[in-house]
Design a protein around this ligand. Structure first.
Ligand code: GAP
Length: 434
């Protein structure tokens, strides 16, 4: 089993990620996040927001709509250039992305393939109620354009000054020819982006480009991903997207293959210039220091929330051999990402005094932290179940707890146990969780 299959199986079994519309046979390229997955993904997005918006004085956030005027996509170049080369098997009619094939025959039946033609990835939709007068538009192919069309709104409604950034997190849609690799290439997915506006000066903009490359790499490191599994890959000139002047990907290594997780792009003034041209609205920035008007350059960091979630899961997954021949599967997720920070157990489910005290502790902790409860089976099984979903701490209430007012806290990674007084439990966890 490769890493994608292992994680897909664990994700389904333990409530992280399910195939979309599964009871109807599924819908290719769509996924639903279950109770554990929604917590993990939300934690990841919160960490992005905290480091990119909350902790910075030069970045603000927005949340633009998914459906935009079709003119936006004309201006951004997506209707013309946002496409992949498609080939079709003349025999079995399966479709492939020409740039992903090593050979020029069908990988399913060996049949001959058609010549490649460009296939546009934008997902069409129709708005309005009157048949025949509905407006044909698109679900956004990238979240980026919702930021650029609001560049002037943000300038006039806040006190930002260049250089500054606008961050956004949200859904994007692409009619991918070959969705696959579990959630790696989906047709509906989330992005977390920063559009950082700077003076239109190549030297200065390249400094910011380097700065943001490093910031984004540091962010992944800070959340515990293994450093040896990350690197930068530069786009060759012929690989650059239609808007990009320079681009690097942050790639993650899965089973010895490097895969794109995030892109850092120098977009020049492409977006603001094109929106100015197509909307006829003035998109220039007035520089109070130099008294000049100009269109800013844009440095973009564009990460996939679902891809990062998937790679954090793969990176955290370990199968460990324990003393005595036992094995455990453990997700060594950073505590900031872990769906549950702690699990609370009464040693025995049929002892009302233990259950009562454990409930009190659980209800007290849940006001501050995402915690869970388990009273099934024996303690060993409960530990294994929490290891498998990455819960950093398990708290057990036993008979001594009733007498002495303390409990056992077991650490997921070291499996060591500490005896901690109930009064100090909150500060103990706060210190450990950081
Ligand atoms: N605004 C620039 C932009 O959208 P991109 O390289 O096309 O750039 C950025 O996408 C990130 O979005 C990728 O690095 C990836 O993490 C994520 N992404 C793109 N297509 C995806 C798909 N089909 N499924 C899941 N994530 C995707």
């Amino acid at each position: 089993m490769d890493s994608f299959e292992k994680i897909a199986s664990l994700a389904k079994r333990r409530g992280f990620i399910y195939p979309g519309s599964e009871i109807y046979g599924g819908l290719a390229g769509t996924w639903d996040y279950g109770p554990l997955g929604v917590e993990l993904k939300r934690n990841l997005k919160n960490e992005f927001w905290r480091s990119t918006v909350q902790l910075r004085d030069d970045v603000v956030g927005i949340d633009a709509s998914i459906v935009m005027s079709p003119k936006v996509w004309e201006a951004s170049g997506h209707l013309e250039s946002f496409s992949d080369p498609l080939v079709e098997c003349k025999k079995c009619h399966h479709r492939f992305r020409a740039d992903q094939l090593d050979d020029s025959v069908c990988t399913d039946c060996g049949g001959e393939l058609t010549a490649p033609k460009q296939f546009n990835l934008m997902v069409e939709t129709y708005l309005g109620v009157v048949e025949g007068e509905k407006l044909k538009t698109y679900l956004r192919g990238e979240i980026t354009q919702g930021v650029h069309v609001n560049f002037k709104n943000v300038l006039t409604s806040t006190r930002v000054k260049l250089p500054f950034g606008i961050a956004q997190i949200g859904k994007a849609f692409r009619n991918e020819i070959t969705p696959g690799g579990f959630t790696f290439r989906s047709r509906e997915f989330e992005q977390m982006e920063l559009q950082f506006y700077v003076k239109p000066d190549m030297d200065e903009s390249m400094k910011w480009f380097e700065y943001w490359k490093q910031e984004r790499m540091n962010w992944y490191h800070s959340l515990g991903i293994k450093k040896e599994n990350l690197h930068f890959k530069e786009h060759a000139k012929d690989e650059l997207a239609h808007y990009a002047r320079a681009a690097f990907d942050i790639e993650y290594r899965v089973d010895n293959v490097w895969k794109e997780m995030e892109g850092v792009h120098h977009r020049g003034d492409w977006d603001v210039k094109r929106h100015q041209e197509f909307s006829k609205e003035d998109m220039t920035y007035f520089d109070e220091e130099t008294k000049e008007r100009y269109l800013p350059y844009i440095i973009e960091t564009s990460g996939g929330v679902d891809r990062a979630t998937l790679f954090f899961l793969i990176d955290a997954y370990e199968e460990e051999k324990l003393e005595g021949g036992d094995e455990r599967v453990v997700l060594k997720l950073h505590s900031k990402l872990a769906p549950y920070k702690a699990a609370v157990f009464p040693l025995l489910a049929n002892k009302p005094d233990l259950v009562k005290l454990a409930k009190t502790i659980h209800d007290d902790l849940k006001r501050e932290l995402m915690v869970t409860w388990d009273d099934r089976g024996n303690i060993g099984k409960r530990y294994r179940a929490q290891d498998e979903v990455g819960t950093p701490f398990c708290i057990t209430v036993d008979f001594e707890s009733l007498e002495k007012g303390d409990i056992t806290v077991r650490d997921r990674d070291s499996m060591k146990q500490d005896r901690v007084s109930i009064k100090e439990l909150r500060s103990y966890l706060a210190k450990k969780l950081g």
